[in-house]
Design a protein around this ligand. Sequence first.
Ligand SMILES: *Cc1c(COP(=O)(O)O)cnc(C)c1O
Length: 233
Amino acid sequence: MKIAENIKYIQNNIAETLSKMGRKDEVTLVAVTKTHPVEVIEIALQLGIEHIGENKVQEARRKIPMLKVPYQGFHFIGHLQSNKINQLLELKPCLIQSIHSLDLAQKLHLALGRTNRSQDILIQINSSSELSKSGFSFEEVKEAIWQIAAYPTLHIKGLMTIGMLAEAEVSRPLFAKMKYLFEEIKELTIPNVEMKYLSMGMSNDYVQALEEGSNMLRIGTGIFGERSYGANE
Ligand SMILES: *Cc1c(COP(=O)(O)O)cnc(C)c1O
């Protein structure tokens, strides 16, 4: 099975890179399962994948409740529209990685308050400043984190970014800047903020991301092969 080989290959690469960097910390691998059917996701779970990521609420609602193989958590990694917040919360995501605006944070807080729940989140940063991507800018993110940290239902657990899709080395300075910001925010010791996860690195640039300090990778194509949009979306 190709998926088994792919997972092994990626895990070896992760281990080698960590050892080369002299790192002993843990890296979380999130298998990005968007467009892939439940049966394929279950194969990955049976092979030891513990975290899965989806980027669309509709698709997640259709697939997540069908999964029969146990795993640790479902991560939401896509652009979250405020009218889908309640549907997403029903799926009990372990981490919403893509908090991209103060407005979204406030609406999520209100929705959680109504059901007496709390939620772990990451703050998404538009590190490449591309208009097609959502997230806070480097300039505005610290102030935003202070504001979001004031919502008792939201627990900030770190930062997330998407690199430049074009070429991995182009993303390296962005990843380095993210790591610097991550450490800076850690030192601010803001109440209700724990800088635990630095989520960056995808199929094409996860080695560069790891070298620059990522500890959470989101990998789809590298595990499942190319996505075909259509049938399973
Ligand atoms: C699709 C997606 C990924 C995975 O991309 P691959 O290149 O297939 O590894 C990671 N993060 C986000 C936010 C995505 O939408």
